[in-house]
Design a binder for this molecule. Structure first.
Ligand code: PLP
Length: 431
């Protein structure tokens, strides 16, 4: 057996065929070793925003390597980290004034949780509970798994996970229940923070809820003196149509986590932004009040330079106009499935489009998921359904033709998996 030493993430090696190698990437496409061009319809796990290898970001990386590699980030700082922090603060919701760097979405959230608990601890407040939303996903470290949905992904690690309070997902028409549950949690006086994915719960199945719910949760948190941590690791950098999803609800969280699109998807980097109040609670002549967190590669200068270039791309190029075009194309294409019995919950938030295939056994482990993935690959698309949830989250350089072809593939693959022919005449409708 040609067994590679590489252990791939979220991969059942006992079932998967050997991995094909990618030999290059450009724009919205990857090229594999056989020369096949694959449309990266999920932005390589949601990180690629403008497209693969944006020239300005690649140039900034090359330039940074002339001067820097990793630099110790305690006792010293460097220009890319300083410039990036100022740039992020200028773009982020008001009131976020300090930036702590790490290297992945999971670590950005871990840092946020520690900031929130450290803030309460240093102020002598006995607040030690974290509130999260059902179906949430915040990463795969022990801390972030504790705050995410429990299930097959973390059953083996359950003994190590800590308890959190969970709010029911605000299903349409039932939003008040979620707000009431949060208010009830807050009344205990023990809640340090609400940790939430704003507007879209990504890995939990692209579940979308309203901006008014987010605004309502923030109001309740303010009334009860608990912090709001916005996990914008997936929703940030334009995915929901605005730079950060919090903007859509008009809220400023106390802590904001960003990663993925921070460098345009070019290099790993994460940032946890927080209010001056949270930073100040850690500033003291008492060393015990230090924020005790670091990782060796904190604020890697080359990654920071890539992120600075990404911010410049946002300033110089019509990124929001491109996002609008992608949104429009997704909306137009989703419309063709309205009234199609093979799908339910046809939905969209900005550049994220999702629809659930009706299969006898749904859920993440539904056989339909890997089967569809394989069929998409054979047709030249990287689309990785979450169980029976088919979604697209394409780079912003995707053309209307790329997207129309991806929806043709969804139509065909759904027909194969459900053993139904695509309906001939589709009712026009809205999504
Ligand atoms: N938070 C959210 C909302 C995410 O979607 C993800 C990853 O998909 C993470 C955190 C974890 O990020 P990473 O995989 O970079 O650790």
């Amino acid at each position: 057996m040609n067994r590679s030493p590489v252990w791939h993430p979220f991969t059942q090696h006992g079932l998967e065929p050997p991995m094909k190698r990618v030999v290059s990437a450009k724009g919205a496409f990857l090229v594999d070793e056989e020369g096949s061009h694959l449309f990266d319809a999920i932005s390589s796990w949601w990180v690629i925003t403008h497209g693969h290898r944006h020239p300005a970001i690649m140039a900034a990386i090359r330039a940074a390597t002339e001067t820097f590699d990793q630099i110790i980030f305690a006792e010293f700082s460097h220009e890319p980290a300083e410039t990036l922090a100022r740039g992020l603060i200028a773009l982020a919701p008001a009131g976020l004034e300090h930036v702590f760097y790490s290297d992945s979405g999971s670590t950005a959230v871990e840092v946020a949780l520690k900031m929130a608990l450290g803030y309460c601890h240093n102020r002598g407040e006995k607040r030690d509970r974290i509130v999260v939303m059902e179906h949430g996903y915040h990463g795969d470290t022990i801390g972030t798994m504790s705050t995410g949905e429990r299930g097959v992904f973390n059953a083996a690690y359950e003994p190590l996970l800590f308890g959190v309070d969970r709010l029911a997902f605000p299903e349409a028409g039932n939003e008040q229940r979620t707000l009431d549950l949060f208010e009830a949690c807050c009344r205990s006086g023990r809640v340090a923070a609400l940790l939430i994915e704003p507007l879209v719960l990504g890995a939990g199945g692209m579940k979308i809820y309203g901006a008014d719910v987010l605004a309502g949760l923030k109001q309740i948190a303010e009334r009860h003196g608990c912090l709001v941590i916005a996990d914008e690791v997936m929703t940030g950098w334009g995915r929901t149509g605005t730079l950060f999803a919090c903007e859509r609800a008009g809220i400023a969280p106390d802590i904001l986590c960003t990663s993925k699109g921070l460098t345009g998807g070019s290099l790993p980097l994460a940032a946890t932004l927080c209010s001056a109040e949270i930073f100040d609670a850690h500033v003291s002549t008492d060393r015990r009040k230090t924020f005790f967190h670091s990782s060796s590669y904190t604020a890697n200068p080359i990654a920071c330079a890539a992120a600075v270039a990404n911010l410049q791309v946002w300033r110089d190029e019509p990124v929001l106009a491109r996002i609008e075009q992608v949104q429009q194309a997704l909306r137009d294409n989703l419309r063709r499935f309205a009234g199609d019995q093979r799908f339910v919950s046809i939905r969209q938030a900005g550049t994220i489009a999702a629809l659930d295939l009706v299969v006898p056994a749904g859920g993440y482990l539904a056989d339909a998921g890997p089967r569809m993935r394989q069929l998409f690959r054979e047709r030249g698309f990287i689309i990785r359904p979450l169980g029976n949830v088919i979604y697209l989250m394409p780079p912003y350089c995707s053309t209307a033709q790329d997207l129309a072809r991806a929806f043709d593939a969804i139509d065909e693959v759904a027909g194969i998996v459900t053993e139904t022919a695509p309906p001939k005449a589709r009712a026009a409708g809205t999504v």
